[in-house]
Design a protein around this ligand. Structure first.
Ligand code: FAD
Ligand code: SF4
Ligand code: SF4
Length: 466
């Protein structure tokens, strides 16, 4: 084997120049070449106790797949990841690795950790580019399970159940499968074709995807059980209901929830000149919030042609929930950060169109219930940002439709479906996981919840039969 690479830093991943990429929707980073992947894989110490795996919500066998890269067997490396993660090309791109697998990598104690995410992306991309998708030919057991929602929770649950022999149908309200992976995370971070490819593999394995079907409206969960013969239902309907600020002027023309803004851009292809997408082509945009959703909205606004884009966030950089990499990318691309700033009202003209947003500066006080220091307004610091569009990205909650149309399904005060650690809900035969249960979280935690529920559904249905 080649000599271990003791470089203190990760092999860099090539990416587009910030000022060029800020005006196009092509993917920011182009991924490792084979040589780069081999060089980075040699940074892994192949630790016997494998601490990195403890940081991964689905326990990807990290040292094993990296060792297969060392051996040049990238297809086997991909198969190794697929044993526990059905979405490697997605997770390699968007997992917050710095607070998951890479956070626990021993190489990270003194220097930079092994670039686990970049390596995962490399093997998944290699596999896609060098092999023909084909069905795995899983044996069927003739039993039917329905899945509500085709985000990472629903896809991973469906994938595992299909592998176990169940006939799975996913019901999705939108015209395309993928959930937030397709309508939320923009093309420049996660190209839609990557998600489509992973969904196609599931379809080849027998998963049926019924799009444009709103469970609770087009069909109810009770009908799925009573009229269509499904024996269990997994609810992975996400958390797509936007939270607003409750400040004056929020109904003005030119105020969007991030959800609506990104969906219009992604699903209606605002990034493609050949499509006439009904989205405002703004000159000055304020995005309120400090998470990944806010960064994606701000960077999308730049790409649609805005001249000035502001992030308005009430805490400091240290408290921002967005991935560090995404904050850096937004800064490099020219997004202007107004941290420690809170909006107080949205101003509009006589036609109701946004013309500005008044804000107040904040300072940090004592920690609040979340453990983060509470932002307090600084008296007399009010100012106005001249903007023509405001995008609100301060969080989302689960949509109440499923709860309101399903007898006996208990939810929390904010609408999260109550489920135990195996995904079982208060109603027999209904399981749930992902953002619908936890509130807005991460791709891999949703995918992990889908897997856990698939195992619980299998156990439940086997016990029911015996
Ligand atoms: P979703 O992905 O929301 O999927 C739920 C699906 O259910 C949707 O397709 C919805 O249309 C469908 N649905 C809802 N109700 C019904 C119904 N009644 N009938 C039928 N279908 C229904 N996470 C990361 O790890 N890294 C990131 O970089 C990252 N960036 C993000 C950027 C944005 C803009 C957003 C919005 C989120 C981001 N996240 C990120 C979070 C991550 O995408 C979510 O946590 C994850 O997608 C949740 O998966 P899910 O399957 O639970 O729900
Ligand atoms: Fe790391 Fe995410 Fe891959 Fe797990 S799935 S190893 S957390 S990149
Ligand atoms: Fe390799 Fe880091 Fe995991 Fe050790 S902790 S096996 S060095 S990736």
């Amino acid at each position: 084997m080649a000599k271990r690479n003791m470089s203190p830093v990760k092999v860099e991943m090539p990416s587009q120049d910030p000022l060029v990429r800020a005006r196009n929707f092509k993917e920011v980073a182009s991924g490792y070449t084979e040589e780069m992947a081999r060089e980075e894989a040699l940074r892994c110490l192949q630790c016997k106790h494998r601490p990195c795996m403890d940081g991964c919500p689905v326990n990807v066998k990290i040292p094993e797949f990296i060792q297969l890269i060392n051996e040049g067997d990238y297809i086997a490396a991909n198969q190794k990841i697929l044993e526990t993660n059905v979405l490697p090309a997605v997770c390699g791109r968007v997992c917050p690795q710095e607070s998951q697998c890479e956070e626990l990598c021993v190489r990270g104690v003194k220097h930079e950790p092994v670039a686990i995410g970049r390596l995962e992306r490399f093997v998944a991309d290699y596999y896609r580019e060098h092999s023909e998708p084909k069905p795995h030919g899983y044996e069927k057991n003739g039993r039917k399970v329905a899945v509500v929602g085709s985000g990472p929770a629903g896809l991973s649950c469906a994938g595992d159940l299909t592998r176990m022999g169940y006939e799975v149908t996913i019901f999705e309200s939108l015209p395309e499968g993928g959930g937030v992976l397709v309508y939320g995370i923009p093309e420049f971070r996660l190209p839609n074709d990557i998600v489509k490819n992973e969904i196609n593999q599931l379809k080849l394995d027998g998963v049926k995807l019924e799009t444009n079907t709103i469970v609770g409206r087009s069909i109810t969960i009770d009908e799925l059980f009573d009229e269509y013969g499904y024996e269990a239902v997994f609810v992975g309907s996400g958390a797509g209901l936007p939270v607003f600020l409750g400040i004056p002027g929020e109904n003005s023309v030119g105020v969007y929830s991030a959800n609506e803004y990104l969906t219009r851009s992604n699903l209606m292809r605002a990034y493609d000149d050949r499509y006439d997408t009904p989205i405002r082509h703004s000159k000055r945009v304020a995005v309120v919030g400090g998470g990944n959703v806010a960064m994606d909205s701000a960077r999308t606004a730049l790409r649609i042609g805005a001249e000035k884009v502001y992030i308005v966030y009430r805490r400091s950089f240290d408290e921002m929930p967005a991935r560090i990499e995404e904050v850096h990318h937004a800064q490099e691309e020219g997004v202007i950060f107004n941290n420690l700033t809170n909006p107080t009202a949205i101003l509009h003209d006589e036609q109701g169109e946004v013309v500005g947003m008044t804000c107040i500066r904040m300072e940090l006080g004592e920690p609040d219930a979340s453990g983060r220091r509470r932002p307090i307004p600084v008296e007399g610091s009010e100012f106005t940002l001249e903007v023509d569009t405001v995008v609100i990205a301060v969080g989302t909650n689960p949509n109440p439709l499923i709860k309101s149309t399903t007898e006996g399904l208990d939810v929390t005060s904010w609408g999260g479906i109550i489920a135990d650690e195996h995904g079982a809900t208060s109603r027999e035969g209904i399981f749930a996981g992902g953002d619908a249960v936890t509130g807005a979280a991460t791709v891999i935690s949703a995918a992990g919840a889908g897997k856990v529920a698939a195992a619980a559904i299998d156990k439940y249905l086997k016990e029911k039969q015996s």
